[in-house]
Design a protein around this ligand. Structure first.
Ligand code: IMP
Length: 423
């Protein structure tokens, strides 16, 4: 059984811990989109791992970890992450990187900063990792791929034509262009050499593994509402974050996917700019931020916090074909006398059927809330659903009823064992 794990909100749903947990029961873990804009925190005993690119499956010996063709890779960041994992005693022998994955070059990071500067007040609030510009070059057919790092002459030829256009853009904006063709060729072919044994045709590798009846976990990065097509455009990331992209981002067909597990936080958070109907710009939002340690794994930015938004979750279920849900960070809601759940949107006095495509309209909708009772008990050591306080159980049941799918996992703390299976 091959499973896709998808975030149902704006990223940071706690997928890393769930992937880590499920990696134990699978043989292969695959990333299929995004880059080192993602950030996964995984706590194993007394060690905290912050991973940005490498799937958290790497923490188990022998699991095959794949960075698929849909991922954009900053080789410098990848090598650093590999090095820190090796230092912590993990082997990189079964890490594979698609030869077709696009590379994030230093000029992509510079371009990311420049584009944000040009946008001014309308900036996206990107992670600054060069993700958008790298995907832009991929679509514009002037990207550099991992395979290009293995051949100096090819890399030089491709970079020469990139330099011709990009240098002019920087000059036009009176920005410095501090890149030298020779330096880049030298540095990036050196990265290629260091990564050579990991760079393969990962589609072929996956096919072989699946034929051997190995099971794969496809790890979505970011979240449903950062999707380039269905997210709150333009305040989105530059890839398709939806489950469907697990196929084209890793070189397999849809018949190979058997289950889609959605992961949602018990409340909502967002980093960067953009619409957030259930946002709490008050003391409750501050409490959620401090109790939930809601600061970005990648950029350290404070996350905006708000109530759970079931309209978003219902939409995420449709867009991804989610059959089961995992609710994370339920322990963070402790101590609130009442909790609100957004169960509808109203616009100009009418209830909306779905999320509006227009960001301008979405900004103006009013959330419709239902109020439920909170709980005061610390639930972080609960090991079964029946251990949870009654109001806490009711909260989960309400989510299941509204969404019409089962919540099969509930996470009550960052540790692997702080996870309740619920049938
Ligand atoms: P980019 O992906 O760096 O281009 O950023 C685009 C938007 O996606 C910004 O609002 C980022 O804050 C957001 N974003 C990108 N990656 C993540 C993530 O892993 N978690 C949460 N937000 C993210």
């Amino acid at each position: 059984m091959n499973t896709v794990i998808i975030g149902c909100q704006w990223g940071d749903e706690g997928k890393g811990k769930i992937v880590d947990l499920l990696a134990l029961k699978n043989d292969v873990v695959v990333r299929f989109q995004g880059g080192n804009n993602a950030g996964h925190t995984v706590v194993v005993k007394d060690k905290t791992y912050k991973l940005h690119l490498i799937p958290s499956g790497i923490l188990y010996p022998g699991k095959v970890c794949i960075l698929g063709n849909g991922v954009v890779i900053a080789p410098d960041a990848l090598l650093q992450e590999m090095e820190s994992l090796v230092q912590a005693g993990h082997s990189m022998d079964s890490l594979y990187i698609s030869e077709r994955a696009h590379v994030i070059m230093p000029y992509h990071r510079a371009m990311d900063a420049l584009e944000e500067k040009i946008k001014g007040d309308s900036k996206i609030g990107t992670t600054g990792r060069g993700i958008g510009p790298s995907y832009s070059d991929k679509v514009a057919r002037c990207g550099i791929r991992m395979v290009d790092l293995l051949e100096a002459d090819t890399l030089r030829k491709k970079l020469r034509s990139v330099f011709l256009s990009k240098e002019k853009i920087f000059q036009a904006w009176q920005e410095a262009w501090p890149f030298s063709l020779d330096d880049l060729v030298e540095k990036y072919t050196s990265y290629g050499k260091q990564l050579q044994s990991h760079i393969v045709d990962t589609s072929l590798l996956l096919e072989k593994l699946l034929k051997q009846k190995k099971t794969a976990l496809f790890e979505g990065a970011q979240g449903t509402f950062l999707d380039i097509d269905y997210g709150s455009y333009p305040f989105v990331t530059s890839s398709n974050t939806l489950a469907g992209n697990a196929c084209s981002g890793s070189g397999i067909g849809p018949t190979q996917i058997h289950k889609v597990l959605g992961v949602a936080k018990a409340y909502t958070t967002r980093v960067g700019e953009g619409v957030f109907p259930a946002e709490l710009k008050n003391a409750i939002g501050d409490t959620l931020r401090s109790q939930g340690k809601e600061f970005g794994t990648t950029t350290g930015r404070p996350r905006r916090c708000g109530w759970l938004d079931l309209v978003m979750l219902k939409t995420a279920i449709r867009l991804n074909g989610i059959n089961e849900l995992c609710i994370t960070k339920l322990d963070v809601l402790k101590g609130l006398s009442s909790i609100q759940i957004c169960s509808g949107y109203s616009y100009k006095g009418s209830r909306l059927e779905s999320i509006p495509a227009s960001d301008e309209v979405y900004q103006k909708i009013e959330p419709i809330y239902e109020t439920v009772n909170g709980w005061n008990e610390d639930i972080s050591s609960c090991i079964s659903f029946s251990d949870l306080p009654k109001n806490c159980q009711e909260y989960i049941k309400k989510i299941e009823k509204f969404l019409e799918i089962p919540v099969t996992l509930v996470s009550v703390g960052p540790e692997r064992n702080q996870t309740i299976e619920h049938s």
